[in-house]
Design a protein around this ligand. Sequence first.
Ligand code: COA
Length: 372
Amino acid sequence: MATTKTGGLAGVTAGQTELCTVGKEGAGLTYRGYDIYDLADNASFEEVAYLLLYGRLPNQAELDAYIAKLISLRGLPKSLRTVLELIPGDAHPMDVLRTGVSFLGNVAPERDFDAQNDVADKLVACLPSMLLYWYRFHTDGDRIDTKTEDDSVAGHFLSMLHDETPGELQRKCLDTTLILYAEHEFNASTFTGRVITATLSDMHSAIAGAIGALRGPLHGGANEAAMELIERFDSAEAATKGIHEMLEKKELIMGFGHRVYTTSDPRNSVNKRMSKQLADLVGDTVLYPVSEAIEKVMWDEKKLFANADFYAATVYHFLGIPTKLFTPIFVCSRVTGWAAHVMEQRAHNKLIRPAADYTGPGLQDWLPIDQR
Ligand code: COA
């Protein structure tokens, strides 16, 4: 039975949104009224990005124009490429993106909120470029051309990473995870972005702040932590034993549980199906069975379910994506939801400034420094 959570603003309504419902009865997750399963099965990430950022699904001409616009915005200013080369190769790529977005705010600042859609589109188009330019430079010494002609963000990402056009299944799987990650109501990173926006700050500050919030393992960082957990075990039996031991020691199992969902995360079944498809494709006989074993123990022992991050981990792994790029992929997707929230906050703005219950000492007498 679901328990009532307290603390951490659990259950507190902190504003209104037209963008998304999370865990409402009969509609596990919807973006602007569209069920996530319809979007995952039928839409492309670009259609979902347009839906979130422009308020409705595009027709064919609008979608074609939007894709062409995103392709045209994939390039990085030379000074940003220099910054990416100066960031150490062993930096965490989430820090790279945080810095990259912040730097872009210096060389291409948002001067006018009327141009907010262009700022958002630039970020959607060039976040994968930033990430892969930095990654390839420091991994292979290559200064890659980020202006690929691939007509999807997913294909753009994979072709910059692997230097070849991805297979259709691989492109589709990455595209689907981008759809699933795009928006999620007042989660920690989105709320961070809205708090920053509410001061009438700029889009780059809001997105850089949101990236900082997403980085932590209790939020977006969970997909990397889940992969590290899954890779610890060489068989389903070892995973079953290992997770029991971890639970006995009251350790947190990454990729399980959720603040809002109580019995399942609707995104999980889609990720799990893709993970199985890709496991079969690459001939995996360990990681998928290990994942299923972990999922079973967590449900049997704790009634905790896999969240979106758990099977996303093996989806990315089977796509040949290094683990440290997992959470940055989340950024490349969620930037659409964040930017849509920035615009929504601006449209009905009120400074966000809650109150706190004071728990410190009562009024104290001032003591000169030699009497303390
Ligand atoms: N592994 C083990 N126990 C877990 C757990 C997990 N992944 N998630 C929750 N629990 C336990 C908590 O320890 C707590 O037990 P207690 O009541 O005995 O103290 C209980 O379940 C309730 O969890 P709580 O931490 O109060 O829930 P929350 O809403 O504050 O936290 C998360 C939600 C997502 C932060 C939490 O489930 C978590 O840390 N999960 C792992 C990280 C993760 O996957 N994050 C991505 C979220 S999409």
